[in-house]
Write a protein of this length. Structure first.
Length: 216
């Protein structure tokens, strides 16, 4: 396990934390080898996990629903394919539907909702990890934890860098030794925006540790 560095937690200037439905949010991007990696991470999260998890897995339409249903049948947390307008809740993982971008935005009651949309491909992908990550940049009232796992190409690296520059608490890249393809995590490492480089089995452990420690 290698810790690269740390980032300060941003001060809340947007809304009182007592009014927020959760204080932490996890965003994950992955591609080639991702279904297996997601299974390892999501099945290790406990039922009381106190943050939502938003996921972009590069997959064509229809495959993401079966992935969400299969993982949900095995996991302690709830796992769904995201739907436009869906309320974001802690202890739930939302997988972007194949063929659509997914973002998260504030609603009118200090809550958050999923937005699913079409639009141009980003880095050759829809859904795009960068699109999801960039949507989290203005949400500085939340403690944001960003993860890039196995995948070809560089989708998500620039989004991770933008989130770290915007005060994200944690930026995790999967270590090369457990990646099927060390493309996306490597791109983030090259941008020097990674705070932790971890083998796959240590990623959920670190997330639970960070969110429990920082949940006060």
């Amino acid at each position: 396990m290698q810790q690269i560095g740390t980032k300060p937690t941003p001060s809340n200037k947007s809304s009182p934390t007592s009014a927020l439905p959760f204080q932490h949010v996890v965003v994950i991007g992955t591609s080639t080898g991702g279904p297996r990696a997601l299974q390892k991470v999501l099945l290790a999260l406990s039922k009381g996990f106190s943050a939502p998890v938003l996921i972009v897995q590069h997959m064509p339409p229809k495959f993401t629903r079966s992935l969400a249903e299969r993982l949900d049948s095995m996991a302690e947390i709830k796992i769904v394919e995201a739907v436009d307008g869906m309320k974001v809740e802690k202890g739930v993982a939302y997988i972007a539907p194949g063929g659509f971008h997914m973002t998260m935005e504030r609603d009118k009651t200090y809550g958050y909702q999923i937005k699913v949309s079409g639009g141009d491909l980003r880095s050759g992908h829809r859904p795009s990890v960068d699109v999801l990550f960039e949507s989290m940049v203005p949400l500085n009232e939340l403690k944001r934890h960003v993860v890039l796992m196995t995948g070809m190409g560089s989708d998500g690296a620039k989004g991770m860098q933008a989130l770290v520059n915007a005060g994200a608490v944690t930026a995790i890249a999967e270590a090369e030794e457990t990646c099927v393809v060390y493309g996306m995590p490597r791109a983030a490492v090259l941008l020097q925006c990674v705070t932790h480089m971890l083998p796959l089995h240590d990623i959920p452990v670190k997330l639970m540790q960070l969110i429990e420690v920082n949940n006060n």
